[in-house]
Design a binder for this molecule. Structure first.
Ligand code: FAD
Length: 387
């Protein structure tokens, strides 16, 4: 279902197609055979992260001096799409490469960039970003995890939850309150906490409905001490730094959801053509054919919109309104598709041995993370000056 022409025809070059083929082979060899075992263990092996790094599949956009290859954003799109299509969204390389590393590259001092980015590109320093707390998620300005200055150190106290890569992470960008308790958005700073920092503890690797191989975890900061120079960006500007990065974060979520919708539709069309009932393929019952047509239409609409978002993002445009619309619509669309695809598989759709079952579970959190569907609509409503 992936559009070959249209807006992307002028952006994708021969080298992108070659890269896609080579990454697909890598995923078939290094990722797909291990997914079941990672799901059982609740975590992806570090070996896979290092293999991704060695092959140049982490942070490909970073300049060479920081360990990348200066690749354009389409390489990140390809990696996110191919992982999603392979049913491997639990390997959250796109979060590491295209959501967290950009904070370091954009806000880091030269010293911070040299210290962390090459290791991130090699897959030796796995990255996470910790905003959500047990008492606040959507209302980011209400976070309570506190960081106080003590000489040359920050002392952090508080708890974060639902943090992707939370167990594996070697470096976590933590949103902390550095202003007064009632300072809201104006009193938040970003502080980098490294594995081994005194007082930095991992909580539970949370048991989830899906994404079973993803180490979504609790993080606890108990008199956690990190050097003062681990402040990332400007003091008390953390909320605005996060807002600046949400366009790409939400675009990555759209890319993941769209690729999953395309994969689910393709596998379901194949299944529905081959499965017979009452002496005919189940796809040929008009009800099912029309259901598939409706899904194909929505998936094509999603692809067309997403391609425009990617092109506009690459052109440096402010697409916060459109990307918020896209995050809300594409994530919900992918879930509608997941529901109907399981239904078309009948009982087999509910069985682990059929990939649709994992896709159904794994696509569910996309309308929740990176800003819920409701928060996306709130942003659009504000931008349309409705509220
Ligand atoms: C798999 C997974 C991975 C995650 N990874 C990370 C991560 O790496 N880092 C991180 O910081 N966080 C992460 N999160 C957390 C995620 O960002 C939050 O769960 C999300 O922002 C929602 O916050 P909440 O869970 O506190 O829900 P709440 O904010 O309590 O919201 C509950 C419900 O109320 C709705 N709601 C809230 N406010 C409004 C409003 N004003 N108007 C209308 N409806 C509203 C919400 O849309 C939602 O439906 C992850 C979550 C999941 C499930």
């Amino acid at each position: 279902m992936q559009a070959k022409g249209g807006i992307m025809a002028g952006l994708y070059k021969e080298e992108h197609h070659i890269f896609r083929e080579s990454f697909r082979r890598f995923v078939d060899r290094e990722v797909v055979p291990h997914i079941d075992s990672w799901e059982e263990k609740g975590i992806v092996s570090r070996v896979a992260w290092r293999a991704m790094g060695e092959a140049g599949f982490l942070c490909p956009w970073l300049p060479e001096e920081y360990g990348g290859s200066g690749a354009d954003f389409l390489y990140s799109v390809i990696i996110a799409e191919e992982l999603a299509k392979a049913g491997a969204v639990s390997l959250m390389a796109p979060l590491h490469s295209d959501i967290v590393a950009p904070y370091l590259a954009a806000l880091g001092t030269e010293e911070q960039k040299r210290r962390w980015l090459p290791g991130a590109a090699r897959g030796e320093i796995i990255l996470a970003v910790a905003m959500t707390e047990p008492n606040t998620g959507s209302d980011l300005a209400a976070i309570r995890t506190r960081a106080e200055k003590d000489g040359d150190f920050w002392v952090i106290n508080g708890q974060k939850t639902f943090i992707s890569n939370g167990i594996l992470a070697d470096l976590v960008i933590v949103a902390c309150r550095t202003g007064s308790p009632d300072s809201g958005a104006k009193g938040i700073s970003l502080i980098c906490v490294e594995r081994g920092a005194p007082g930095f503890h991992r909580g539970r690797n949370l048991k989830k409905m899906g994404l079973h191989a993803q180490d979504t975890a609790e993080l606890i900061f108990d008199e956690c001490r990190v050097p003062a120079e681990n402040l990332l960006g400007q003091l008390n500007r953390g909320f605005y730094h996060m807002m600046d990065h949400l366009q790409q974060e939400r675009l990555m979520a759209c890319i993941m959801a769209q690729a999953m919708a395309e994969a689910m539709l393709a596998m379901t069309i194949g299944y529905a053509r081959g499965r017979t009932a009452f002496g005919q393929p189940i796809a040929s019952f008009q009800h099912n054919a029309f259901k598939i047509v409706d899904m194909a239409t929505e998936v094509t609409l999603g692809r067309t919109f997403l391609d425009r978002l990617v092109a506009d993002h690459m052109a440096g445009k402010d697409i916060v309104t459109e990307v918020s619309m896209g995050k809300a619509w594409i994530a919900e669309m992918a879930n509608r598709v997941a529901y109907q695809c399981v239904q078309l598989h009948g009982g087999y759709g509910y069985m682990e041995e059929y990939p649709i079952s994992r896709f159904y579970r794994d696509v569910r959190p996309i309308p929740i993370f990176a800003g819920t569907t409701e928060i996306m609509k709130l942003i659009v409503a504000k931008r349309l000056q409705l509220i």
